[in-house]
Design a protein around this ligand. Structure first.
Ligand SMILES: Nc1ncnc2c1ncn2[C@@H]1O[C@H](COP(=O)(O)OP(=O)(O)OP(=O)(O)O)[C@@H](O)[C@H]1O
Length: 597
């Protein structure tokens, strides 16, 4: 992960989520109450044994002022009932509070991390697999939830257990306290040592999850290519390799954390044996009351057995910690293309200017080398040029998916870096080379940029994009489901829906990147006629390989290896007899005079 990762992720989380502190404190209080109520029955057993053995001299008799042993036992039973009720109620409250806390943090963190990710630059998304981002948003957030739901209350219970049982021992016999507690330092030191060993192992597990998730997402997206090239076996092996790496990372972590369990059990055995043996000898010598002895034996059990769970808790803690680190690292990735604060007066006119623009990707070479270009408001301009000449890169700058390395991009005379997103992208509509359809109806997809549009407006936009006929021919018309698990559309149909989506937005600037490349010539001619009407009231910047698409543009800019080499109307460029004219002849099948010579 590219951003800095906090050394103490859970502490950093605590600092961030102040809103949950009250609920956390309440959950701790309920867990504490529950633990206290949990220990009391053991004390009551001791008191009952004391009543039976010592009769009128019993502690219960002295404290309650009741003489009859039957009545004393009755009182003990009544107290027990109350304690059980408190125990059950506080258990319920603690469960609800811890779970609510875990799910609240999970929900907030997931939404926050998703929102941050969607605001991160296109270049960030392009530089990593979507599967790995998905692993953070889904899997890592779930791990943290599990820790907060199960791990954190378990840690608290263990600590409370040690303190409460320790208090009972301390009040009864310091010798027994020391004996019963001998395993504790061993376990604490062991935990610290193991925790340090486990930390990098779990970080590796989380990285392996991200790799696996990335590989799976990429393969599922490319399943048609896998099938077409009969690469199923190869891909199965590749996924098996990535999955093995995950299994190995997990195995190493589990092997280490499991090794901790026998250590804890040996220490516990030592503590328990000491209490049993030395406590029993004390009773025989008359130094310790029988009732107290039975309580202490129970208490030792109560103290020590939950400690066998320490390894599991440590496991949850380390997984939660590693996941939190990844989530916080995602949240710490800075937005390198931040929104400006200037709002443009409406309606936006739509004048686009590029002034001395030099641009490229990451650490790569320049793709655009000092481009100057002006599109007056309301005009339709085209950008043509060989593949890889930088046409899409130029459009990305207009939409401000990236910022130029040098020079400025202006909308209505304002540097796009100063404009807020609503003024900049809010006044634009964009049809990308590969059209994306969201899961939903055709109408939902067309109305994506203006969800409040009426059905009539949606139909009119589809009509303008020559999509109405094919939409109405589908089973449910505009209510037909598309996108994931919906009907599959042809490339040309998708493009027309994307165009309808763009037109419905009534943009000031329409940006089309090969928006009609997948439709046949006849449909394209129909779309062009509609577009000429639709673009009367807006600026349009159109990239197309098929020159017939752009011959009516007010101005055509020819890009060659990131530089504008020619510009003019279709007729001017033909008259100039340069690269554009040569390309036109190739596309229209006219004989090339140079070749004929
Ligand atoms: N996201 C990206 N990251 C890195 N390099 C990129 C990226 N997109 C494009 N490039 C590079 O920038 C150069 C120009 O690409 P661009 O997509 O702008 O060309 P184009 O003229 O639109 O090509 P085409 O007609 O094939 O769509 C190419 O060399 C390409 O490899």
């Amino acid at each position: 992960m590219s951003a800095t990762t906090p050394d103490r992720p859970l502490q950093a989380l605590w600092q961030r989520h102040r809103a949950y502190r009250r609920r956390f404190v309440l959950a701790v209080v309920m867990s504490t109450l529950n633990k206290v109520a949990d220990v009391v029955p053991e004390l009551l057993i001791g008191a009952a044994v004391d009543v039976v053995v010592r009769g009128d001299d019993s502690l219960v008799g002295a404290v309650l002022g009741v003489e009859s042993r039957y009545a004393q036992l009755g009182w003990l039973a009544a107290i027990n009932v109350v304690v059980w009720i408190v125990e059950s109620a506080s258990q319920y409250a603690a469960d609800v509070l811890w779970r609510g806390l875990a799910q609240g943090v999970e929900h907030d963190l997931r939404v926050e991390a998703y929102d941050h990710a969607q605001h991160l630059d296109m270049s960030w998304h392009e530089s990593r697999s979507s599967g790995s981002t998905l692993a953070t948003l889904n899997d890592d957030v779930n791990q943290l939830e599990r820790f907060l739901d199960v791990g954190a209350p378990a840690i608290l219970q263990t600590v409370l257990n040690v303190l409460l049982v320790g208090a009972v021992f301390a009040a009864s016999s310091w010798t027994l306290l020391l004996l019963a507690f001998t395993p504790i330092p061993v376990i604490v030191v062991g935990s610290l040592v193991f925790q340090r060993r486990l930390e990098p192992l779990y970080a590796r597990v989380r990285d392996a999850v991200a790799d696996l998730s990335g590989a799976l997402a990429a393969n599922l997206a490319g399943v048609a290519t896998i099938k077409a090239f009969t690469a199923e076996d190869r891909e199965r092996e590749r996924i098996a390799g990535v999955s093995s790496a995950y299994r190995e990372a997990n195995r190493a972590a589990i092997r280490s954390s499991a090794a901790f369990v026998p250590l804890v059990r040996m220490a516990i055995l030592a503590g328990f044996t000491c209490t049993l043996l030395l406590g029993g000898w004390s009773v025989l010598r008359g130094d310790l009351a029988v009732g107290l002895y039975s309580v202490l034996v129970f208490m030792t059990q109560r103290l020590l057995w939950p400690l066998t769970e320490v390894a599991t808790v440590l496991d949850l803690y380390q997984r939660g910690r590693a996941s939190t680190q990844r989530i916080l690292a995602l949240l710490a990735v800075p937005v390198s293309v931040p929104a400006g604060s200037t709002a443009l007066a409406r309606p936006v006119q739509g004048r686009i200017e590029l002034r001395g623009v030099r641009a490229g990707y990451a650490d790569g070479p320049d793709v655009l080398h000092g481009v100057d270009l002006v599109v007056p408001a309301g005009e339709t301009h085209a950008i043509v040029g060989a593949t890889g000449s930088g046409k899409s890169t130029l459009l990305r700058l207009v939409l401000r998916f990236d910022d130029p390395r040098e020079g400025r991009v202006l909308l209505d005379g304002h540097d796009t870096r100063d404009l807020d997103w609503d003024s900049l992208r809010g006044s634009m509509a964009y049809v990308a080379q590969d059209v994306y359809m969201f899961a939903g109806t055709i109408a939902d997809n067309i109305a994506y940029g203006r969800p409040e549009a009426s059905r009539e407006e949606v139909v009119a936009a589809a009509e303008a994009a020559t999509a109405r006929d094919f939409v109405e021919a589908t089973a449910a018309g505009f209510d037909t489901l598309v996108g994931e698990r919906g009907v599959t559309l042809s490339g040309g149909q998708r493009q027309r829906l994307a165009l309808a989506r763009a037109l419905l937005r009534r943009p000031s600037v329409l940006v089309l990147d090969e928006a009609t490349s997948a439709v046949d010539n006849e449909t394209e001619a129909a779309i062009q006629r509609s577009l000429r009407v639709a673009t009367r009231s807006c600026t349009a910047l159109v990239v197309a390989h098929r020159l017939s698409t752009v011959r009516h543009a007010h101005r055509i800019w020819v890009l060659d290896a990131g530089r504008v080499t020619e510009a003019g109307t279709h007729d001017e460029l033909l008259a100039a007899d340069g690269a554009y004219a040569a390309l036109w002849r190739v596309q229209t099948g006219e004989p090339d005079p140079v070749a004929l010579r």
